[in-house]
Design a protein around this ligand. Structure first.
Ligand code: B4P
Length: 193
């Protein structure tokens, strides 16, 4: 299986690039942000729990997020592989994912980390707010909080994959197509290695 963690700060292009990766490699796309948003729209219990955190730019608690992700993976027993978009976002999530995949006789192939500086992230998210209707994109203070939370809780997750020699940093500025090509090159280098 080809199992990719697509990593990066809010607005780095994870959701955007996932679309090109799933088409090229025929993978299942699991975006925890998208799953939460569809639960919020459907007014489920999970959605109600997640909304309070997401609207403030905080992470949804691990206890909710990990079990949700695992049950999503279970829905695709015949998948050729997965793109984990926005997961793991904490060290506890990374450990849980490793254990869960081991129990399925598989593992993460690599972490692809989109690297984009903060001013560009803020500009992208405020621009997306014009069309996304997302409360967490619309307010610059919430956007900044998301980046602060990323630096504090999520950035350390990279170390987990660096220790396993699975981390690949990808320059995330340029056209969507240019960045996709950088991601394809990185995946091909890992797979052919
Ligand atoms: P996510 O939905 O993962 O949202 P995100 O970090 O904003 O990234 P996204 O993938 O949507 O945006 P992209 O960078 O593609 O998370 C939202 C919230 O959900 C979190 O804050 C948290 O509360 C919660 N959550 C999710 N997962 C969780 C977890 N595991 N644990 C706990 N809580 C969790 O794109 C951004 C913008 O940039 C777009 O407008 C796009 O068009 C633009 N863009 C992309 N590529 C570009 C390029 N090359 N040049 C210019 N613009 C570009």
């Amino acid at each position: 299986m080809l199992n990719i963690v697509l990593f990066g700060p809010p607005g780095a292009g994870k959701g955007t690039q996932s679309e090109n990766l799933i088409t090229k490699y025929n993978l299942v796309h699991l975006s925890t942000g998208d799953i939460f948003r569809s639960n919020i729209k459907g007014e489920t219990e999970l959605g109600k729990k997640a909304k309070a955190f997401m609207d403030k730019g905080e992470l949804v608690p691990d206890s909710v997020t990990i079990s949700m992700l695992e049950s999503e993976v279970e829905k695709y027993p015949n998948a050729k592989g997965f793109i984990f978009d926005g997961f793991p976002r904490t060290s506890a999530q990374a450990q849980a994912l490793d254990q869960f995949l081991t129990s399925k006789n598989t593992s993460i192939t690599c972490m692809l980390a989109l690297e984009v500086e903060e001013t560009e992230l803020i500009a992208r998210l405020l621009n997306r707010a014009k069309t996304s209707g997302r409360a967490d994109d619309a307010d610059v203070n919430i956007v900044r909080n998301r980046i602060t939370v990323y630096n504090r809780e999520t950035a350390p997750v990279a170390e987990f994959y660096k220790k396993q020699d699975k981390y690949r940093g990808i320059y995330g500025i340029g056209s969507v197509e240019e960045i996709s090509n950088r991601l394809f090159d990185a995946i091909n280098a890992v797979v052919l290695n």
